[in-house]
Design a binder for this molecule. Structure first.
Ligand SMILES: NC(=O)c1ccc[n+]([C@@H]2O[C@H](COP(=O)([O-])OP(=O)(O)OC[C@H]3O[C@@H](n4cnc5c(N)ncnc54)[C@H](OP(=O)(O)O)[C@@H]3O)[C@@H](O)[C@H]2O)c1
Length: 363
């Protein structure tokens, strides 16, 4: 793949669990591309830099530095945020310098706040929100297959999460919101639903079946607008149904709400965050509606990653930053706000997934 950017790509959170894989995949696919591995710890960044053909360390603290890119002498052609950009400092630093920015970390509320901020700023580069599930991988595929329909009733995204999968400490904040209520489009109307409520059955790539429960992802806001679907849902289950059912029971009984206070932080996190070495990650997206001739049609898109949810997320991030900068052969994105599902070359995205061991089956 030919490199077409002159400056470096800064991977903020670049030696974390997802960030490391983004750096490795980007570097393998674009050997000429300079990669800046960013975070607070110089030694940890340097360890990864040693293993990459063309990389350097970038030290900053997005909580402490008002402008995390201040004093960086390297020319930056793009930044991917793989660390919670809580106060939008990285985003604003990119906007000020007209640097293309891709974020994969924000949950729906934070996307909304950031979109307001971008809309009210003077923006001269693409600002891409790609924090839908797996940095937008199922969303990109759903938006692609939605084009086969004249009318879409429902898009259901069902996730099978391996309890032995890996995850870094920066993802705790996201997981700790599993039980919070959030808005979804249901039969054409925006309604609020509870976290881990409203179960349905789902079937996955490897044949597993389970009861999935609602959880908050930005796909549920972006896909209704991008596909005109009347209902969009995201639901999740664990590869241990008993644990999932117990979590859902704790939430529906109100016990979880009582535990959601600082005194119980450690206890809650002991239930929510027990990362392992990696596990199969599978997502099934089902689109139901009418084909171009008006006949009923259903498309089921099953995705399987044998390595980890963090691997599929890294690929989602790579797909978006390459697309944004034109490294995938597309026209670079111009200035403005974009979402993952705006990807204009889904066939290229599919090729990237398949080259990296992700299987996609469409029925
Ligand atoms: N969209 C999705 O589907 C999806 C899926 C998985 C993960 N994610 C998100 O991706 C992010 C990374 O997840 P992860 O599992 O890779 O977490 P992680 O292993 O904890 O990685 C976080 C990285 O950010 C750095 N960092 C943390 N605080 C920082 C600060 N104040 N300033 C600069 N750098 C900082 C960390 O290094 P130091 O602590 O040494 O600075 C580390 O390199 C999380 O926000 C997670 O929610 C999204």
């Amino acid at each position: 793949m030919a490199t077409t950017v002159s400056g470096a790509i800064l991977v903020a959170g670049g030696y974390g669990i997802v960030g490391t894989q983004i750096c490795e995949i980007l570097s393998k696919r674009n050997p000429d591309l300079k990669i800046l591995v960013g975070g607070r710890n110089r030694e940890k960044a340097a360890e990864l830099v040693e293993r990459l053909p063309n990389a350097a360390v970038a030290v900053f603290d997005i909580e402490a530095d008002a402008d995390p890119l201040n004093g960086m002498d390297e020319a930056i052609s793009g930044l991917i945020a793989v660390v919670n950009d809580r106060d939008n400092r990285l985003m604003q630093a990119c906007i000020r310098r007209s640097i293309p920015y891709v974020d994969i970390t924000r949950w729906t509320d934070r996307v909304r706040t950031a979109v307001f901020e971008v809309a009210l700023s003077d923006v001269n580069s693409p600002i891409v929100f790609s924090s839908s599930w797996m940095a937008g991988v199922p969303g990109v595929l759903a938006a692609h297959h939605a084009k086969e329909f004249s009318d879409i009733d429902v898009i259901d995204i069902d996730v099978l999460y391996g309890l032995a999968d890996m995850a870094g400490p920066n993802s705790i904040e996201y997981v700790d919101r599993l039980a919070s209520p959030f808005p979804v489009l249901k039969n054409g109307e925006w309604v609020e639903v509870g976290g881990l409520s409203d179960p349905k059955t789902a079937k996955f790539f490897g044949g597993a079946e389970g009861n999935t429960f609602r959880f908050d992802t930005p796909d549920q806001v972006t896909l209704p607008h991008i596909t005109n679907a009347k209902s969009v849902s995201s639901r999740i289950t664990y590869d241990d149904q008993g644990t999932m059912d117990l979590m859902a029971k704790l939430v529906s009984s109100g016990v979880w709400e009582k535990l959601s206070v600082p005194d119980f932080d450690d206890f809650r996190l002991s239930l929510l965050y027990n990362p392992g070495e990696g596990a199969v990650h599978e997502v099934t997206t089902t689109i139901t509606g009418k084909d171009k001739g008006g006949a009923p049609m259903t498309r089921t898109i099953m995705v399987h990653d044998p390595v980890s949810q963090t691997h599929m997320t890294a690929l989602g991030g790579v797909i978006q930053i390459e697309h944004t900068l034109g490294l995938d052969g597309s026209e670079p994105r111009g200035p403005g706000i974009f979402f993952a599902e705006h990807h204009r070359a889904p066939d290229v995205a599919l090729k990237t997934l398949s080259e990296n061991g992700i299987k996609v089956r469409v029925e």
